[in-house]
Write a new protein. Structure first.
Length: 615
């Protein structure tokens, strides 16, 4: 009996229509689901209104950065889009733009600092914001700060306020600065792990945890001097803002106990007595005060106000479609790695590509390289510097603006600039170099695992399961020494110094920006605005724009991020909350992540571990 061809045809058509119909149904559900979410978000969104005599609430949340790291759109959605997010990032440029714009906005009469969710920011970035707050006050407007509790970085900003309010059950935490590390030598010995250390620089302490059980005298001396220098800048600024003596800002333990007893154990009352704050106020007390100051909002029960995030959305300028001569700005932020890295990180290839983009753009007449990096791969650092030299050779001046840190590789990529700016608290220098290889032959032997075989050379047999021969160790050390000589020779050439002069201030030691100026490692103390002005002057520009040159998202990526940012406000808040355990794991794994990300082809690194501990 033969099969009926039409029967099989009907079966195949049935299967095809079923599959095709299912496919269309799924795609339609996805499409119309997204479309409905967009329509809901657009239809239900309210226009941002700024009433006359309003307060700008600077509710900064998360970390203050020079450049945001690339975030997956779906992850951004779960983190509540553009709203305040304690785990997120805020661009320093956005904060400064908002404050300066508000200073000229006749609708804004007061600025409220609400810093409860501000987590991480280098002192140099906080100082830039403080300078903007001073400009705001110079326009005749008031700045007030409100908080249930002020930790050290939050209080630094709060000190710029005309009036600081504190919850009656709150307090102010001024602890000073510290620099502690974990040391693993004994643990490595017990585990029979051999750490082969190669370094040049008495103060290059990045590898000390693997070769000691405590801090060396040289590292202790350098770290103590650095902490004292940065802390002096902190105390002088805060004490000057509060009109109190710098030496009395943070009392020793005996004085603190006496002051606490004087306040009957009440931390808030002690904060008043110490002149840390001006007034105690509950949330309701503050609301009533602001109602008297700026008046009641047209809707709701609160005072007239606009948040930082809403105001930023309102005042962000539209992009210009008419190209004009400009000073380009490239941000080099994070650990320096090889290859192409995502936005918010430094890659030898990707950052060099941005520099090439500036070189071949006829409208970019000068460049400011904003450096905020502890260094990393020596190869990638030189790759970036070579492209910077090509930019200069094209007749375009290069000015470096150092942020919170520009050390080791961060200084390497800065050294060849035409002019270098640092802030007084920028961590810079750390001119040294190291390499490290850990081998596990003894660890494996202790559990009965051995490695044996043949090779045509000692190099072919290199492995973490075999010990390094003295000859191989000597060769690696020579490479490290040559790298150090290259580093100090580079600095000597670019900074018009002798190699001997550089060697005395190098050796891996980290300096504050203020001290770096005295030593000749930088040209001037100043921030990004001063660097831009200097770049324009070197290029003989009087009228110019500024343009940030960064990795660009595709139109599809931009659409997805904007869409998810709009829809995210309808997601359950619980989806954006990270657990305490997750936060702890992130802290514990950060050092391991940095170590495993190192990928220099020669295993040679110019990296400052001290800087990340303080940043």
């Amino acid at each position: 009996m033969s099969a009926n061809p039409s029967f099989f045809k009907r079966i195949c058509l049935f299967i095809w229509h079923t599959l095709n119909g299912t496919r269309k149904l799924i795609l339609n559900l996805i499409f119309f689901g997204i479309l409905a979410a967009i329509i809901i978000s657009i239809g239900s969104s309210e226009d941002i209104q700024v009433e006359d005599n309003s307060a700008l609430v600077l509710n900064l949340a998360g970390s203050i950065v020079d450049q945001k790291q690339q975030v997956d759109p779906l992850e951004a959605a779960f983190k509540q889009g553009q709203n305040a997010n304690a785990d997120g990032e805020i661009l320093l440029a956005d904060v400064l733009y908002v404050i300066d714009n508000a200073a000229q906005d006749q609708r804004i009469s007061t600025l409220v600092l609400d810093l409860a969710d501000l987590k991480r920011a280098g002192i140099s970035k906080l100082q830039s914001i403080g300078d903007a707050l001073n400009r705001f006050k110079e326009s005749g407007k008031k700045v007030v700060a409100i908080g249930n509790y002020y930790e050290q970085n939050q209080y630094f900003l709060a000190s710029f306020a005309d009036t600081i309010y504190l919850n009656p059950q709150g307090g102010v935490s001024l602890d000073g600065l510290s620099m502690y590390n974990q040391y693993f030598k004994s643990a490595l010995d017990k585990l029979k792990v051999k750490a082969h250390i190669f370094r040049v620089g008495t103060f290059k302490s990045a590898v000390e945890p693997y070769m000691r059980d405590d801090m060396s005298d040289a590292a202790r001396e350098a770290s103590s001097a650095l902490l004292a220098d940065v802390w002096q800048s902190y105390t002088q600024t805060v004490a000057g803002n509060r009109n109190i003596e710098p030496n009395s800002l943070v009392p020793d333990a005996t004085t603190y106990l006496a002051e606490l007893d004087k306040a009957n154990g009440d931390s808030a009352a002690m904060a008043i007595n110490m002149k840390w704050v001006d007034s105690l106020a509950t949330t309701e007390d503050f609301r009533q005060t602001m109602l008297e100051t700026v008046g009641k909002a047209s809707s709701g029960d609160s005072f007239k106000q606009v948040s930082f995030y809403d105001y930023l959305t309102l005042v962000t300028p539209l992009p210009s479609f008419v190209e004009q001569d400009s000073v380009g700005i490239i941000v080099a932020s994070g650990t320096i790695l090889n290859g192409t890295q995502p936005a918010g990180q430094i890659g030898g290839e990707s950052t060099a590509e941005l520099l090439r983009k500036a070189r071949f753009d006829k409208h970019v007449k000068a460049l400011v390289l904003r450096v905020d990096s502890p260094g990393g791969s020596a190869f990638a650092s030189e790759q970036i510097r070579q492209e910077l030299l090509a930019l200069k050779a094209a007749g375009k001046p290069v000015v470096v603006s150092m942020g919170s840190l520009a050390a080791s590789g961060g200084y390497w990529i800065s050294a060849s600039a035409d002019y270098i700016f640092a802030t007084p608290t920028t961590l810079t220098g750390s001119i040294g170099i190291f390499g490290m290889i850990t081998t596990f032959e003894d660890s494996l032997a202790s559990i009965g695992v051995h490695t044996d075989g043949v090779s045509t050379s000692e190099w072919a047999g290199l492995s973490v399961t075999r010990t390094l021969s003295p000859q191989v160790e000597a060769i690696i050390q020579r490479h490290i020494e040559r790298g150090y000589l290259d580093f100090i020779s580079l600095v000597a050439k670019e900074r018009k110094m002798t190699i001997e002069q550089v060697d005395k201030i190098a050796q891996g030691r980290v300096w504050s920006g203020k001290k770096a100026l005295e030593l000749g490692l930088v040209d001037e103390l100043g921030d990004l605005d001063e660097a831009i002005a200097k770049a324009a002057k070197l290029a003989d520009m009087t009228l110019f724009d500024t343009r940030v040159i960064e990795q660009e998202l595709t139109p599809e990526q931009k659409f997805m991020q904007q869409m998810f940012a709009s829809v995210s406000s309808y997601l359950p808040a619980s989806l954006s909350q990270s657990s305490m355990l997750e936060q702890m794991l992130q802290q514990w794994t950060s050092s391991l992540k940095t170590l495993t990300s190192f990928d220099d082809p020669n295993n040679v690194y110019i990296y400052c571990d001290t800087c990340n501990m303080m940043n």
